[in-house]
Design a protein around this ligand. Structure first.
Ligand code: DX5
Ligand code: ZN
Length: 218
């Protein structure tokens, strides 16, 4: 199994103190920080973009920004997000007719490339060549667009299928994930767990992060 990576989603943080919130999670032992970029077009909400990420990068130089791009034109933002310090750039399969060229563009900007599928998209769209050209596959376990939704366990079949076909890849789950279902996600084959509400809302985020990590490593 690939290494456990815990990526708290900053959407559930106090966004007015974003840098401090990211540093707090690093101090609590997280691996990555999941930055949800929404453009008000691919999804109805608007969150943050490159200018904000760039400030965070300056204040928290050691951060690994795992950028989840819920945007209608994923190629458009690649240069700006790379410039802002994004380390990983995950875009939605549903947002483009040419995912392979977006993946090449991301790599040419020295970021890791991730490909996300929403709940209604089958895992069969991730062909052998697409799956092997990305660094991460993201299976959404809620409809993209906002935090705090209920986990959809039926999406885990797709994780199992992808793990079988891409044994060495990072496979991420995002939406309604926490210590309660981390084992279920890990058993299906996910090693990168995103959690907003469950981590930022926890009394003891360090404990929650550790519990989630143990679920993957066990
Ligand atoms: C939803 C976002 C998620 C979300 C996760 O569109 O992609 O990253 O913030 O939040 P929770 O863990 O609260 O479901
Ligand atoms: Zn996300």
């Amino acid at each position: 199994m690939s290494k456990a990576i815990i990526s708290p989603s900053v959407l559930a943080s106090d966004l007015s103190k974003l840098s401090d919130e990211c540093q707090r999670m690093i101090d609590n032992g997280c691996d990555w920080l999941h930055m949800d970029v929404m453009d008000g077009n691919f999804v109805p909400n608007i969150t943050m973009g490159a200018p904000i990420l760039s400030c965070v990068q300056k204040n928290v130089p050691d951060i690994f920004m795992d950028c989840h791009m819920m945007v209608a034109d994923p190629a458009k933002w690649v240069p700006e997000i790379a410039q802002a310090g994004g380390k990983s750039y995950t875009f939605h399969y549903e947002a483009t007719s040419d995912p392979a060229s977006v993946i090449s563009l991301i790599h040419s900007h020295n970021m890791r490339a991730g490909l996300a599928i929403s709940p209604e998209t089958p895992s069969s769209v991730i062909t052998e060549s697409l799956g092997s050209s990305v660094d991460l596959l993201l299976v959404m376990t809620v409809r993209p667009g906002r935090g705090g939704q209920k986990f959809m366990p039926e999406c885990l079949e797709k994780v199992t299928d992808l793990r079988k076909r891409f044994p060495g890849k990072n496979i991420q789950v995002d939406g309604g994930v926490g210590s309660g279902n981390a084992c279920q996600c890990a058993k299906a084959g996910s090693n990168v767990l995103v959690a907003g509400t469950a981590i930022f809302g926890a009394q003891d985020p360090k404990k929650t992060i550790e519990e989630m990590r143990t679920a993957v490593n066990d």
